[in-house]
Design a protein around this ligand. Structure first.
Ligand code: SAM
Length: 225
């Protein structure tokens, strides 16, 4: 992970993440709810689900809670984010596995019925690195398995104005907004729709099927070929 992105998910930033993210990503709660509905529509009672960039555990824990027959495995390079996730799992008495590191660090033999990557791949810079990211996930999915992928996609200043107004309406101060806008330009590496389609095809996935959008944060379902 690059150092700016590493800092973003370290220490105090990890502790404040859950309160902060709902103000910064329009439709954050709905994204998670609809992603859970997509998985529920696709998977049987017993299934293995890989959560990439599990962070503080929000989707991993919600999926485990709603689907007691599913085996949830969360992966994230930030030990500070995972510390929050582990505390939340303990508090809710949920039996989920969190691994500190990257998908490529998991055993090649691991096989999953679905994967979720919410608000993660936009931090991966460049098509080559994004390709490696998707290939590592594809290698651990059975054929036909869905990958739910949500990232900040290609956008313009008009979209950023809307995201800024959304955050302001939720109480984010003007000074913080300027910093957020700056980081959206430097730390995020958005793809265009065509770029995602091409990258998916090159890494073992079928065409993206959009299922949710909050301004420029777009969620797609891709099927493992
Ligand atoms: C914005 S948070 C999203 C967390 C969670 N998915 C959510 O929706 O709240 C991004 C997370 O991705 C992690 N991350 C960054 N690069 C990653 C990578 N290459 N592989 C896996 N996780 C990564 C960060 O450490 C961070 O916890």
């Amino acid at each position: 992970m690059t150092s700016t992105v590493g800092r973003r998910f370290a220490a105090q930033n990890a502790l404040g993440y859950d309160a902060r993210i709902v103000n910064l990503v329009p439709g954050y709660a709905e994204l998670h709810e609809i992603s859970a509905a997509v998985l529920a529509a696709r998977l049987p009672e017993r299934a293995r689900v890989l959560v990439v960039g599990a962070g503080t555990g929000t989707e991993t824990l919600a999926l485990a809670q709603a689907n007691p027959g599913w085996d949830l495995v969360g992966v994230d390079p930030s030990e500070d984010m995972l510390a929050v996730a582990r505390r939340r799992a303990d508090a809710a008495s949920l039996d989920v596995a969190f691994h500190q590191g990257y998908v490529a660090d998991l055993d090649d033999g691991e096989s999953f019925d679905a994967a979720v990557s919410l608000l993660v791949m936009h931090f991966v810079a460049g098509d080559d690195a994004k390709g490696d990211y998707l290939r590592a996930i594809a290698a651990r999915l059975r054929s036909g398995a869905p990958l739910l992928l949500c990232d900040l996609m290609e956008h313009d200043e008009d979209d950023l104005d809307v995201i800024a107004e959304y955050a302001a309406a939720r109480g984010v101060q003007a000074e913080a907004l300027a910093g957020i806008r700056q980081r959206l330009a430097t730390d995020f590496h958005p793809l265009a729709d065509d770029g995602l389609r091409a990258l998916g095809a090159a890494t073992g996935f079928g065409p993206p099927r959009p299922y949710f959008r909050g301004v420029s944060f777009v969620a797609n379902e891709l099927r493992r070929a």
